[in-house]
Design a protein around this ligand. Structure first.
Ligand SMILES: NC(=O)c1ccc[n+]([C@@H]2O[C@H](COP(=O)([O-])OP(=O)(O)OC[C@H]3O[C@@H](n4cnc5c(N)ncnc54)[C@H](O)[C@@H]3O)[C@@H](O)[C@H]2O)c1
Length: 269
């Protein structure tokens, strides 16, 4: 497969989309931006809803690959998750199939495995094939997206790298994030690897930096050519002084998904 040049970035107005539309062009991509909200400073961005099949098909037409970030990014009612994350992702894959797009990068989440107990002490890193244990309807929609990606590879030859992103922000803001943080620069490195690696079929990877306190196994990401360069440990002293170490008596510290397993099951969205 020739390296993709033109990439549709869905969710371009969001937090991660804003970081990636700054960083991905450095790898030589021309981005087409798509979001239901206008994208600041980007008058050419396509404003459209994943629910609108015609708009989605039009957005996909002529691109070499898609980085799919759009959707509800926290817990919400099942009806809202169904529309944006489940039907919306289906609409996008169907449009990709119809338009002959061969490579997708899907923003999955650690919340697809959020009920997995967090490793402690000398426990092994969580493998990428650990049984899925979604912690929310949101996490469940990421499990759906991964299975949809598998189906479109097996049945239609559309390749996907599903990236179970930890937390991609300029800096970690909690002690939990010391384990799951992905620096924006490493995020761009990983998306670039996911766009260009040969023969990925459907590959699931965890998305994080090379953190000293890492909880999961990055081997499937490294196999794509991803070489993380950052480590959250430089933020550890400050965050632990402010917040303390993760307490074993706090239920929101017991699982990979953190407070998603314990907080009110529906957040307003
Ligand atoms: N940021 C992270 O650390 C993180 C961690 C794990 C997974 N993810 C996933 O990465 C993606 C981006 O995350 P984010 O933090 O930028 O989220 P965000 O909420 O900031 O951005 C999501 C964007 O999607 C758009 N959107 C929502 N529904 C849409 C629809 N129906 N049609 C078109 N656009 C729609 C929103 O307008 C928004 O701009 C999400 O899929 C999220 O689940 C992010």
């Amino acid at each position: 497969m020739p390296a993709p040049r033109t990439v549709l970035l869905t969710g371009a107005a969001g937090g991660l989309g804003t970081l990636m539309r700054e960083l991905l062009p450095q790898y030589g991509y021309t981005l087409r931006l798509f979001d239901m909200r206008p994208v600041d400073g980007e008058p050419d961005a396509v404003v459209g809803d994943l629910a609108d099949r015609d708009a989605v098909r039009e957005a996909v037409r002529g691109v070499d690959a898609v980085v799919h970030l759009a959707g509800i990014s926290l817990e919400a009612s099942f009806d809202k998750i169904l529309k944006a994350n489940i039907e919306g992702t289906y609409n996008l894959y169907e449009a990709a199939r119809e338009e002959g797009v061969r490579r997708m990068v899907f923003a999955s989440s650690n919340h697809a495995v959020g009920y997995t107990p967090r490793p402690q002490g000398d426990d092994p890193l969580i493998p990428v094939d650990t049984p899925r244990r979604p912690d929310t309807f949101y996490g469940l929609s990421k499990c759906f997206g991964e299975d949809l990606a598998q189906l479109y590879w097996d049945k239609h030859g559309v390749e996907t790298v599903s990236v179970r992103i930890g937390s991609c922000f300029p800096e970690p803001t909690s002690v939990r994030m010391l384990s799951v943080w992905m620096s924006p620069a490493d995020g761009a490195r990983l998306f670039h690897a996911a766009l260009t690696a040969e023969g990925v079929g459907h590959t699931v990877v965890y998305g994080s930096s090379a953190n000293t306190r890492l909880w999961w196994d990055l081997r499937s990401a490294r196999a794509l050519g991803y070489e993380p360069r950052d480590d959250s440990e430089v933020f550890a002293e400050k965050l632990i002084a402010e917040q303390g170490e993760l307490s074993s008596s706090d239920p929101s510290h017991a699982h990979l998904g953190g407070h998603f397993v314990t907080n009110p099951p529906i957040w307003p969205h």
